[in-house]
Design a protein around this ligand. Structure first.
Ligand code: GRF
Length: 192
């Protein structure tokens, strides 16, 4: 990945489908002077994503397109990303799978936050699986996105202890708190 040169921040889009706490956190991080990225576009595959409210709050462009037809949606998004000169994409609770050709277009420039210690528990319901398996630790991973789901090169990971009292919900809360620290740290690691 090209190093950050000069003072210009890398124009970044965040893709969401839900609450957007990671989005909110990334926006706040982007405003810090030595952040390598600026968040210039929010994309959601659904108008119901609560995180879309951060578009108004922070005056950031938003774009919504259903993924019913992935090809059409991705063509529209690519067009917009090019128009807006977006160079980097952060997936943050984005619940759709991007096609091979989309990923190729942004080769090595898409990262994702996954709520497990990859390669353990790819896909959904990571916290339920960890509790069911009586794991002692859970965690989160920021990784590059490749065509194989949740399998790209790992940038950073953070462990979270699972206590006997933890439920999938309490564990998700604990992990989310660490996600908010890990995502900015991973972006710094990539660019600085
Ligand atoms: C996070 O747990 C993230 O790891 C997963 O989806 C959740 C999104 O949370 N991919 P939020 O929308 O950022 O609050």
């Amino acid at each position: 990945m090209a190093k950050l040169t000069g003072l210009k921040k890398i124009k970044t889009a965040v893709f969401i489908s839900g609450t957007g706490s990671n989005l909110n956190n990334l926006i706040k991080f982007s405003k810090i002077k030595n952040s390598p990225v600026s968040i210039d576009l929010i994309f959601s595959n659904t108008p119901k994503a609560k995180g879309l409210r951060f578009s108004n709050q922070f005056n950031i462009k938003k774009y919504i397109s259903s993924f019913k037809d992935t090809k059409i949606a991705e063509a529209k998004i690519l067009n917009l990303l090019n128009k807006e000169n977006i160079k980097f994409i952060c997936l943050a609770g984005f619940m759709r799978i991007l096609s091979k050709s989309f990923i190729k277009n942004f080769n090595g420039k898409i990262v994702n936050m996954h709520p497990s210690l990859l390669p353990k528990y790819k896909g959904l319901d990571t916290h339920i699986k960890a509790i069911k398996n009586k794991d002692k630790v859970a965690g989160c991973t920021v990784h590059f996105v490749t065509e194989k789901l949740d399998s790209g090169k790992i940038i950073l990971q953070k462990e979270v202890k699972i206590s006997k009292k933890d439920t999938a919900t309490s564990l998700a809360k604990k992990v989310l708190k660490q996600e908010h620290k890990l995502y900015p740290a991973a972006i710094k690691k990539i660019f600085n």
